[in-house]
Design a protein around this ligand. Structure first.
Ligand code: ZN
Length: 201
């Protein structure tokens, strides 16, 4: 916590003054153009990757960047999506997966989650990921070195596509897509190289 307190002090001394006009503007204005949905992973920092300023990204972060398909009832992810699309009127939604994702690794390696029921339940929202994985990945074919990493990469991409499909089940998203005022994007961020792969729609 000491590091965080020092970070706040550093922000107030060295960062805030240079952006004081921006923060004054943002005090009464919230008009982000993009809803960015990423994993909670500490290594994935949406504003850093996209070099966005405060006020530009509306962010939802969940384990595995999972977006449950719409069902009626209290749901924080659904409420945040609806607010971003129907109230803030974002024009773009990015679902961003990433390399070495713990959630996708647990699925790919079929980890025993019997002692972690919340995680096990949550990861069911990624059940469709394997079906969306790259057709040419030869998942499960052979045990050559690197095939595990290739499988995980295919699953990460498949999961992003599966979550985009889930996203489209949300009424506010479906409506905005039908009215051509919203575009969905699938990204995969590679931690060791800093590259971002944009998936085909
Ligand atoms: Zn992750």
């Amino acid at each position: 916590m000491q590091d965080l307190a020092e970070g706040v002090a550093q922000f107030q001394r060295g960062v805030f003054p240079a952006k004081a006009d921006l923060f004054a503007h943002l005090a009464a204005t919230h008009r982000p153009s993009t809803l960015f949905i990423s994993c909670s992973d500490a290594r994935v920092v949406p504003e850093l990757i996209t070099q966005s300023e405060p006020g530009e990204l509306f962010v939802i972060r969940t384990a595995g960047n999972l977006v449950p398909a719409y069902t009626p009832g209290p749901d924080g992810v659904a409420a945040s999506i609806e607010y971003a699309v129907a109230v803030l009127g974002v024009s773009d939604i990015v679902v961003c997966g990433h390399s070495a994702c713990g959630a996708m690794t647990a699925l790919a390696e079929q980890h025993d989650l019997s002692g972690m029921p919340a995680i096990a339940d949550w990861l069911r929202h990624a059940d469709a990921a394997p079906a969306h994985a790259d057709a040419g990945s030869d998942a499960g074919a052979g045990s050559a070195a690197g095939s595990g990493a290739a499988e995980l990469g295919a699953l990460v991409r498949g999961n992003v596509r599966a979550q985009l499909a889930n996203l489209a089940t949300h009424p506010s998203v479906a409506r905005a897509l039908a009215e051509h005022r919203l575009t969905l994007h699938g990204w995969v961020y590679d931690i060791p190289t800093g590259t971002v792969e944009e998936l085909d729609a």
